[in-house]
Design a protein around this ligand. Structure first.
Ligand code: WT7
Length: 680
């Protein structure tokens, strides 16, 4: 057995997932799609990189065109559109005023249904951004290149704050509102922010949360680490009324709504920023080590998210687009704020929990606002399917287009999304990308390519993925072999560096397959994504998950996702998570955790069905040591299942810090179950 394991290369993960059939988009969708010209793939072929990206940059308004499209003199830290001058706030607001002044830019949907929805027009957005920019400049003394940390919930004030900061070239770093004061402090310290912008409270599950308390914790902790926050600006969730219990700190804390009165009517010209100036930092919380501040540039990033919003999300100015992500993640930055607003769309911001107060809420919002483009993650789709499988049919909405993002989607779940949520009419894109990449890497272009459940699709135009084995050889497509998926070329949306840590940037993402560390030629610097993937004969890519998530049973390398996908074939199963358990002979064995759909009771039959599904779909090798039926999965605030915690419980080791979980209480419940199992 041990020898057998040595025969298998690190990156070779056999795939046992069956290829699914194609689903072509409807002719109705194609007839109105922004991109139906197949030649875009030729225009953006590898030999046309980097010049082909001019087509994307031309979707923006530039004060001055660039001198050089791609400067590689500091490879792999690239400068896109060097010499160009541009402003992101101008491109997302001012340029739309002539035609779309009175169109809604942002629909803010409060969590409580009794509170009015706010419809912020482009005119109103322009006024509010200008006034707030004046405040930032005058009252806080902020200028281009400064960093400001935001710790804001999902309200219209969040994009207003982002667009006010970038109007004068200040780099924003929005920390997910659900994160703790401590997590916020770490990011304040790393980015050396002297100003923190937050909100007093927000609604979650029907209750108003005291959010201000986290600002106090963040400032105290940052001070301990040597970073003094000089000013804290606090938006009021209900203007004119303070909604938190936590007291204000004199001389440091200021209520935005009070200060703003001094700036009514003020206008601030957007600053002409160099294309390569940083626009924002987005921290990714790796499982280990300190968070990495992914630094995104202005011109390249904005060009890339605008083009992909137009061609992949198929956003037209008359569309009502709802991405259910939080703006505290990259998805929200690229595909709630910058991309959609650069295209003059109406973007929906929903404050609360998708199932509050009941399982029909999302579909009511879609119906009431006339949402026709919907964007969410498999974890949310599974949750909605779990609590309200029949809800979508009760509401009268029409989606022309839907997105899934964030993790591989099991074909079973994909089909529910397509049939039930999309009512068999919407074109679906499965978009694979990362915080680091700014925008999509693989996806179908919905007006050109057919969908295939479980596959993200081919590389985007101008993005050239390649699957490499451990020795750096290309794994040919169509052979069912997996490897490390890399991108062969730079693209405008990619991050510029890790804030303040160029070495970590190079060593994490480029060192592995770099052909010559002194090279100034981008061809020598393939980008390592860290995901394992398989490319089918048609060039469609199936992502198997992070390379570290691979389970090696007796030398058979199984992607956690294919095991989980097999479990989801069982009717009663709502969610599944696999973790590796140490085994003397096999190396590891899989333990399977499942949560059931409502209305089903845990039973030996269900466990037997799951085991059978694993054997049928993958093979006897995939049979789980044990199938655990749990009430719910431990999840991060962004909805990712924390397999690390399940693995610790299964392996009887320390579960570590559970404070960043959305539902820490579930851990104890599962531990109790585990104890009972051990006694058996
Ligand atoms: C990791 C990046 C992409 C923005 C939100 C998450 C996984 C992402 C997909 C997809 C399969 C996916 C990858 C990737 N992932 N999208 N469509 N299919 N896997 O950003 O937190 O930086 O996570 O999420 O493993 O590397 P992130």
């Amino acid at each position: 057995m041990a020898e057998e394991r040595l025969d298998v290369s690190e990156a070779q993960i056999a795939s046992h997932w069956k290829e699914e059939g194609y689903y072509p988009p409807s002719s109705k969708f194609v007839a109105q799609a922004n991109m139906t010209d197949e030649k875009i793939y030729d225009r953006m072929a590898l030999e046309n990189v980097p010049d082909c990206f001019k087509e994307y940059a031309d979707l923006l308004d530039w004060y001055k065109y660039w001198d050089e499209i791609l400067d590689t003199s500091d490879a792999p830290c690239y400068k896109w559109f060097k010499g160009g001058l541009i402003n992101a706030s101008y491109n997302c607001i001012d340029r739309h005023l002539a035609k779309n002044r009175n169109k809604t830019a942002i629909h803010f949907v409060p969590e409580l249904e009794e509170e009015r929805v706010q419809h912020v027009t482009y005119q109103e957005l322009w006024v509010r951004v200008n006034e707030f920019t004046a405040l930032l400049q005058d009252f806080c003394g902020l200028k281009a290149g400064d960093r400001v940390t935001l710790h804001m919930p999902m309200t219209a004030e969040l994009p207003i704050t982002m667009l006010a900061l970038c109007r004068i070239g200040v780099i924003h770093s929005q920390v997910f509102g659900g994160f703790s004061g401590k997590a916020c402090a770490d990011r304040i310290v790393d980015s050396q922010s002297e100003v923190l912008i937050t909100m007093d409270g927000y609604y979650r599950g029907g209750k108003i949360m005291d959010h201000k308390i986290k600002a106090n914790e963040a400032c105290d902790e940052a001070a301990k680490q040597g970073q003094t926050v000089k000013k804290v600006l606090i938006w009021q969730r209900h203007p004119g009324k303070y909604s938190a219990e936590t007291p204000m700190v004199e001389g440091r804390d200021f209520i935005v709504n009070d200060l703003l009165k001094n700036y009514y009517g003020k206008r601030v010209e957007p600053v002409k920023m160099p294309a390569e100036a940083p626009l924002f930092l987005m921290y990714t919380s790796g499982t280990t080590g300190k968070p990495k501040g992914c630094q995104h540039g202005t011109g390249g990033y904005l060009a890339y998210v605008t083009a992909t919003s137009k061609y992949v999300q198929d956003i037209h100015p008359e569309d009502v687009y709802w991405c259910m992500a939080d703006i505290g993640w990259i998805t929200g930055h690229s595909y709630i704020v910058y991309g959609p607003l650069a295209l003059a769309a109406s973007s929906v911001i929903y404050e609360g929990i998708p199932t509050y107060p009941d399982a029909g809420r999302c579909w009511r919002i879609a119906q009431d606002l006339g949402v026709n483009i919907f964007h969410t993650a498999p974890t949310a789709i599974r949750a909605l399917r779990k609590v309200g499988p029949d809800e979508p049919a009760k509401y009268d909405y029409y989606f022309k287009h839907m997105t899934t993002v964030g993790e591989p989607i099991e074909p079973e779940v994909w089909k529910w999304y397509y049939e039930v949520v999309g009512k068999g009419k919407a074109a679906i894109v499965d978009t694979w990308w990362q915080t680091e990449t700014g925008g999509f890497l693989c996806s179908t272009l919905p007006g050109i390519k057919a969908m295939k459940p479980g596959s993200a699709g081919p590389g985007m135009p101008g993005i050239h993925p390649i699957i490499l084995d451990d020795d750096g050889n290309e794994v040919p497509s169509g052979e069912g072999k997996a490897g490390n998926i890399c991108i062969q070329n730079p693209w405008p949306g990619m991050f510029q560096t890790i804030w303040g840590d160029r070495d970590r940037f190079v060593s994490n993402y480029f060192k592995r397959y770099c052909k010559d560390p002194n090279s100034k030629d981008w061809r020598d610097w393939p980008y390592l994504t860290g995901d394992a993937a398989i490319m089918a004969e048609d060039g469609y890519v199936r992502i198997l998950g992070r390379i570290d998530d691979v389970i090696n049973v007796s030398g058979h390398r199984l992607g956690t996702k294919e095991l989980e996908s097999a479990a989801l074939v069982v009717e009663e199963v709502a969610e599944a998570a696999v973790v590796p358990i140490k085994h003397e002979i096999k190396g590891v064995e899989p333990d399977m955790f499942i949560a059931l759909k409502p209305g089903y009771e845990p039973s030996e039959e269900i466990i037997a069905k799951v085991q059978k599904a694993l054997i049928d779909e993958i093979g006897p090798i995939a049979k789980a040591r044990k199938v655990w039926i749990v009430p719910d999965m431990p999840k991060t605030r962004s909805g990712k299942i924390m397999r690390r915690i399940l693995a610790a419980i299964s392996n009887n080791t320390d579960v570590g810090d559970t404070m960043t979980l959305a539902n820490p209480e579930i851990v104890e419940a599962i531990q109790e179950m585990a104890k009972k199992f051990d006694k058996k």
